[in-house]
Design a binder for this molecule. Structure first.
Ligand SMILES: [Mn+2]
Length: 306
């Protein structure tokens, strides 16, 4: 039987400063207009929308901010998100964050990790993505922060970003499951292999099937973790179903694989917070990706066919 949270807090994070391509910043508005809160209501979940975290417009920031890839601006937004996550969890709510590019995960994950560590538990992380997002300032070909959030929450990256939410590493590499990867930068591959995180490539998913892969990933996380945070990059899904993303990569999760993955996460009853990121309405096909985001969120919250 799927367990559903009673109250979800919707938090918008309209940030696109972590990448070159514009447009992820309008995704929170698009997903809301596509009916997120109403669909949650139909599932019997109370949806409380606490609005967006403030993000300065790119046009209002000077050339010095651009030259450092907006690192300090992103850090400030992530600090804000970190407190918002912590507060929502303290009120017993399930935070559902709509990005924004993937940089926002630096704030959401530190917020969730801070909260659950204070409760004496450990946070597990399921990260669904075409990319590993494990570049460092040294390995990144572009310098864009949305290619670095996973290494950052593991404690490696720009100092302004690794100190978001206070000192200390909050996430143990063994508590991370990276799923759906198929496009890594050369310097990143080495780092992914060395960190000790569990990674499940599309090749493995092709060979073993999504059911076996997610069962193993969840079995492993549930042995140690008291709570799981889901960080879902829509580019993890194949562009056939999710065309509206900033960096599409062919060969991704099918529509059914993505739903089954999330249905299985929901069935464990241990998911406590999540975000959906990298939806880019400027490149979408009639809001298909915004609508898919809502459907996927519902599956993760326990919507089942029967
Ligand atoms: Mn990503």
């Amino acid at each position: 039987m799927h367990k559903r949270p009673h109250e979800v807090e919707i938090i918008g994070a309209p940030l696109d400063l972590g990448c070159n391509l514009r447009g992820a910043n309008i995704a929170p508005a698009t997903v809301r207009i596509a009916g997120l809160a109403d669909k949650l209501g139909e599932l019997g979940i109370r949806a409380l929308d606490s609005g967006d975290v403030p993000v300065p417009l790119r046009e209002t920031l000077g050339p010095s901010a651009a030259a450092e890839h907006y690192v300090h601006v992103i850090a400030e937004v992530c600090d804000d998100l970190c407190s918002r996550m912590d507060r929502a969890l303290s009120f017993g709510r399930f935070p559902l964050v709509i990005g924004g590019d993937h940089s926002i995960a630096i704030g959401t994950i530190t917020g969730a990790a801070n909260y659950f560590h204070r409760q004496g538990g450990e946070l597990g992380l399921i990260w669904v993505d075409a990319h590993a997002d494990m570049n460092t300032p040294g390995t990144s070909p572009s310098g864009n922060v949305h290619g670095m959030p996973l290494s950052t929450v593991l404690g490696v990256g720009h100092e302004a970003l690794t100190r978001v939410g206070g000192p200390g590493t909050r996430l143990r590499p063994e508590n991370v499951a990276l799923i759906g990867i198929r496009n890594l930068d050369a310097g990143e591959k080495e780092f992914v292999r060395q960190t000790g995180i569990a990674y499940h490539t599309m090749t493995e998913i092709d060979q073993r099937g999504i059911y076996a892969v997610i069962t193993d990933a969840l079995d492993d996380l549930c042995r140690r973790c008291s709570a799981i945070h889901l960080s879902f990059d829509l580019d993890g899904v194949d562009p056939l179903w999710a065309p509206g993303v900033s960096t599409p990569v062919p060969g991704g999760l099918t529509y059914r694989e993505a739903h089954l993955l999330l249905e299985m996460v929901a069935a464990r009853g241990i998911l406590r917070s999540m975000e959906f990121v990298e939806v880019n309405p400027m490149y979408d096909n009639n809001h298909q990706t915004a609508r898919l985001t809502i459907e996927l969120a519902l599956s993760a919250l326990g919507k089942a066919i029967v």
